[in-house]
Design a protein around this ligand. Structure first.
Ligand code: C5P
Length: 411
């Protein structure tokens, strides 16, 4: 997919810059050529020597270098590439790109290019959450700039936890591959896939809701993996912090009922993977106005009971798709999050839900699955139970997508 492609890598300032060395190595292994622009900020974290050695090309740093201008020029540099990747993309470079500023070689090339741009933001969580950065990113995405990450995790410099870590090299490489529609000749070409991901939010009143701890990492990774194999993939996701995967049609929903509607609208599909943690229940009647605490010293002396929540059952999306007589996807895959008797419960659940496969994982506190990067799963099929090793959520997704491709009957 990346074979023969040319990537212009812009490295801006940030501790994550070391990860771009691994990105260069991986894309070159896949046959791509990499040329690097290193900003002054970036040069504080990686050296031109390291970038030059790995890319086996010269590294461009200075806008006004006569030699560089003589040999290639910034316009040509930015246009000879098939894609411009900014990794890490600092808050500063995003701001300059949004404003159209061009005060160094990197920003000049970014303004001059006529090729797709992908950014891999990396910054402190407060900077990423700042309304200025949010607005800049929205402007850029509105102009068609692609984004991969950031992800959640510990910050190298401050030990703070939050959203702002640069996407891992394998996620960046995957995003580049999907950008090139790499999957056009993949194992799942001409196939349609539906994936659900994330939690659902069920309103109690206009400001409160019932939810769960699902991060959406596993479901988003499954959608990415299916798209990479060429499937036309719709991802129906509840509220998450995960970035939209490249090359996937993303439908954002809040509630289980909205998720069901979006799934039915995405049919027909060849395969449906239901990885969302759909709320089993919702409040029977969401209050129109915010529920109030009884006033202290009121008639009841502030002693009245808190409001009772009456819950009703949500539709079961997996069982609905698995049980369809007409237009049932050829392969329906469920996920089961269990805290005890994982395999026994999952075997029973596969039958009860009418799905073909069930991917069971342990979400007890000890397994640290929720929000974590790794997952240890069992794949339950009609033929039995397979125990998969503890691997990253993206590796689980790739393995599952591969199995799906091997299992679907020829189109
Ligand atoms: O019953 P449980 O919630 O453990 O089942 C998990 C599986 O069922 C997941 O695949 C989940 O996406 C799906 N599910 C659903 N709709 C619901 C509840 C669960 O699709 N209302």
């Amino acid at each position: 997919m990346l074979d023969g492609k040319s990537i212009l890598l812009v490295v801006t300032g940030g501790i994550a810059a070391y990860k771009c060395l691994e990105v260069i190595r991986r894309v070159r292994e896949k046959g791509a050529r990499v040329r690097c622009i290193l900003t002054r900020g970036g040069a504080n974290f990686v050296t031109p020597l390291a970038l030059g050695a790995l890319s086996e090309d010269r590294v461009f740093q200075d806008l006004f270098s006569l030699t560089d201008e003589h040999e290639i020029g910034h316009i040509r540099l930015s246009r000879e590439a098939d894609v411009v990747l900014v990794a890490p993309a600092s808050a500063n470079v995003l701001a300059k790109m949004a404003a159209g500023q061009a005060d160094d070689l990197a920003t000049t090339a970014l303004l001059a290019t006529d090729k797709p741009i992908m950014v891999a933001p990396a910054m402190n969580p407060a900077m990423w959450a700042h309304p200025a950065t949010r607005a800049n990113m929205a402007i850029l995405e509105g102009r068609g700039v692609h984004r991969v990450g950031p992800t959640e995790g510990a910050m190298a410099e401050s030990g703070e936890w939050g959203l702002g870590r640069m996407a891992e090299p394998d996620a960046i490489v995957a995003a580049l591959e999907s950008l090139f529609g790499g999957a056009a000749d993949g194992l799942l070409k001409d196939r349609r896939a539906l994936v659900t991901s994330g939690p659902t939010h069920e309103a109690i009143d206009p400001v409160r809701y019932l939810a769960n701890r699902s991060s959406g990492k596993q479901g988003h990774a499954v959608a990415t993996a299916l798209a990479r194999l060429g499937a036309a993939t719709t991802l129906v996701s509840g509220p998450t912090h995960q970035p939209a995967p490249a090359g996937v049609h993303l439908v954002r929903v809040e509630t289980a009922r909205e998720m069901l509607d979006a799934c039915l609208a995405a049919l027909p599909v060849d395969v449906a993977v239901m990885a969302a943690a759909v709320a089993d229940w919702r409040p029977a009647d969401a209050a129109r106005n915010k529920l109030k605490k009884p006033a202290k010293g009121g008639k009841s002396g502030g002693k009245s009971a808190p409001p009772a929540l009456k819950l009703v059952e949500n539709p079961d999306i997996l069982a609905t798709l698995g049980g369809r007589n007409e237009g049932r996807p050829q392969l329906v895959v469920g996920f089961a999050a269990e805290t005890d008797a994982v395999v026994e419960n999952a075997v029973a659940k596969r039958r009860a839900k009418g799905c073909d496969w069930l991917v069971a994982n342990d979400v007890s506190a000890a397994a640290a699955t929720f929000g974590g990067d790794d997952n240890q799963v069992h794949l339950i099929t009609a033929d039995g139970v397979e125990e998969w090793p503890k691997i990253s959520k993206s590796a689980v997704a790739e393995r599952l997508a591969q199995r799906i491709a091997e299992t679907l009957e020829p189109a």
